[in-house]
Design a protein around this ligand. Structure first.
Ligand code: ZN
Length: 497
């Protein structure tokens, strides 16, 4: 039996290697590749995607899984081997339904569309991007046709396994109801954030980001950080974690660096025994985002954390922040105000950006909207949910990279991540009563270890729902997150002491 298991592991190791190699080409495309390399690179990425897919969906894998059934049943379901066989079988049955050629076409279309999108975004030229959006949408329809079920459920399942559109809609409806009055309350008592309007030099931002990262647990033996158009985290197993940031004149890079660190840490702390298997990564995008949002917001935008960091910030940016005290800075970085760009949005309005995309994506997938009308529909919803007029498509429908890669079904996981981050945070606070005292000392080891022990090390051994239940003892629940936002808005709208 062990021979069969070894054979399965060998093959899954190869599939993982091919996947990491394809991802490395994508990382390189976004970070280092000269722009002219795009067409050939699309071919190379598509080839690797197809090879990995073919190698995984092969009949031999199915036979091995079948042969291993009695062995699997003899094992503890929680053991690594039983989990490996169980999850691989589920992945294999799902992946078999999609022809390798279609996989390759989807990867090729995405790699081709990405640079077109980047340029179209720059020029605010939706018409230039439209043919690629059409192509991606057609391919997604063919992908949906490979499965039975509700079209949007099928897409969602790729990012949040087992999650249903109706469950998301229920949570989002509750959020919409609660958040709209909070946004109004915040608008009625605006926070002064003029201290953030100064220009912060890039090299000094980089210096501060490194100070923070190193305290968080970034170690150059296993990590690196680069500059990119759309910040992201990449992992090639537990020992090679790469995060990226973009630099503007404001301090956004500080928060986006902490965000990407959260993603990277999750991958870094997966049990190394799961490396080179389908289990050796974060379980879902929602859980992943819970980690990035936690480091960005629950740590990075907390007063105890800023009490530690702020003297360093003031020293580095003495001209900009010398006369601003930490409470004022804290209020400024937590300001709630409707804005155009999702990635720069505050913790409350952020969710409205996501809800807007979730609704539009369903309209696209169910063909309730013509793609050419998307900018108009986008702008109408921004007006309705956030009360603002979108001035151009660069700050509207073209702002995010996801649709250039055909990533429909991805956006909801951002807000699910917000919700989950607070469910986990409540457990963290119980487990580490002096957490905030530690932050004030610049100590983050206990938090990092708790997350590693209770969540990260599990990798993909369990389903997202089961993972959430093991970590928090409950299923998806917007309650803790909404209470947190209410407290925050209450604090910010109260007159400063
Ligand atoms: Zn993220």
């Amino acid at each position: 039996m062990n021979e069969k298991l070894d054979e399965l592991k060998k093959r899954l190791g190869e599939v993982t290697d091919l996947g990491h190699t394809g991802l490395l080409l994508e990382w390189d495309q976004q970070v280092l590749m000269p722009a002219g390399g795009s067409a050939l690179r699309s071919d190379a990425i598509a080839t690797l995607e197809r090879l990995a897919h073919e190698r995984f969906i092969a009949d031999e894998v199915g036979q091995l899984l079948e042969d291993l059934r009695p062995y699997e049943e003899s094992l503890e379901p929680d053991s690594d081997d039983a989990s490996l066989i169980r999850v691989t079988r589920r992945d294999w049955e799902k992946a078999r339904k999609v022809p390798a050629e279609l996989r390759g076409e989807i990867a090729h279309a995405a790699a081709t569309a990405m640079p077109v999108w980047a340029e179209a975004r720059q020029n605010s030229d939706f018409a230039a991007f439209l043919p690629h959006l059409q192509r991606n949408t057609e391919l997604k329809q063919r992908y949906i046709d490979c499965y039975d079920g509700e079209p949007y459920d099928i897409l969602l399942d790729d990012y949040e396994e087992g999650m249903k559109t109706s469950e998301v809609a229920e949570v989002f409806d509750e959020m919409k109801r609660e958040l709209v009055p909070l946004i109004e309350a915040a608008a009625a008592n605006p926070v002064d954030d003029s201290c953030l309007q100064a220009a912060f030099p890039r090299d000094k931002q980089l210096e501060v980001n490194h100070v923070v990262l190193e305290r968080f647990g970034y170690d150059e033996t296993y990590w690196r950080m680069d500059e990119i158009v759309h910040p992201a985290a990449f992992s090639f197993g537990t020992t090679d974690i790469r995060i990226t940031t973009r630099y503007g004149t404001d301090l956004e890079s500080l928060f986006s660096t902490m965000h990407e660190f959260g993603h990277g840490l999750y991958e870094r702390q997966v049990d190394p025994a799961l490396d080179r298997t389908p289990l050796g990564t974060g379980v879902s995008l929602g859980l992943h985002e819970s980690q990035s949002r936690m480091w960005e917001n629950l740590v990075g935008r907390s007063l105890p954390f800023l009490r530690w960091l702020y003297p360093k910030l003031q020293e580095t940016f003495s001209a900009q922040l010398g006369s601003v005290d930490v409470e004022e800075f804290y209020r400024a970085v937590n300001k709630i105000q409707p804005s155009f760009i999702r990635v720069d949005a505050d913790q409350v309005t952020y969710n409205m950006h996501v809800i807007l995309r979730f609704e539009l994506e369903q309209d696209i997938v169910l063909e309730r909207i013509a793609l050419k009308d998307l900018p108009e529909a986008w702008n109408a919803k921004m007006k309705e949910y956030l009360g603002i007029d979108v001035p151009d498509d660069r700050r509207g429908v073209l702002q995010d990279i996801h649709w250039s890669g055909g990533g429909f079904g991805y956006f909801p996981t951002y807000s699910l991540g917000n919700v989950i981050s607070l469910q986990i945070w409540e457990r963290v606070r119980e487990a580490i009563p002096d957490l905030y005292d530690q932050f004030e000392q610049g100590e983050f080891g206990a938090l990092r270890e708790w997350l590693g022990e209770n969540l990260h090390r599990l990798g993909r051994k369990y389903t997202p729902q089961e993972t959430l239940r093991r970590v928090t003892g409950s299923s998806l629940d917007a309650g803790p997150y909404l209470r947190y936002l209410q407290d925050k808005v209450g604090e910010l709208t109260a007159a400063p002491a």
